[in-house]
Design a protein around this ligand. Sequence first.
Ligand code: 13P
Length: 252
Amino acid sequence: MKSRRPLIAGNWKMNGLRQDGLALARGVAAKLANEGAPSCDLLVCPPATLISDVSGALAGTAVAVGGQDCHAAPSGAHTGDVSAPMLADLGCGYVIVGHSERRTDHGETDEAVRAKAVAAHKAGLIAIVCIGETEAERDQGRTIEVVAGQFHGSLPEGATAVDTVIAYEPVWAIGTGRTPTVADVAEVHAMIRREARTRMGDEAGKLRILYGGSMKPSNARELIAIDDVDGGLIGGASLKVEDFWAIAQSCP
Ligand code: 13P
């Protein structure tokens, strides 16, 4: 039994109209009501348009709600953006920052990601800071160096195990059905915890480090069983109630 309670987080990405989001949220809530709580914390991160509805549908349940991104500023002239206080206002407890799709599609640097994490903390949100190497970087044998660099560059000064979660998501494993070996995941997660010790001392023992990238019911158990893996950040499989629930039930 691990001392850290796992977190199973669904990242719905840019999927779902209101009806779909509500059905998914209600489906997860129904599983929880009918089958009892799994041995993990549960979180769903809908697109911004659905947060209000999903938050309402999940009020009073043990399923937390989070955003997929936030701006570094609390308000202002930033057309199209959503701030951390706005997410908190809708009932969010978490926000994902620095997802590789944001880093790629929107050119987000470690510095920008760190500023977003700081904004999340100021708004009382838990920041899920995403890091991970590309396939080319892995092929060049640079995985450890790249992930360690992103970790230090994206983590705010003074981040704690209470206000921060790390998600290791190898870019080449996202949405591809491919996953690193158990040994590779174990090596990267152990490295992240070692690096975390240099930043937060013993507190690093409490830091949750999630794995993300093609996690599904058939591989969740062996991934979550790895020593320094404290749950998952799930994309595709989080859009199906049965799959998301099966992954949650894979927690020991
Ligand atoms: P998939 O589970 O679809 O590979 O996505 C992982 C991810 O990017 C979660 O943030």
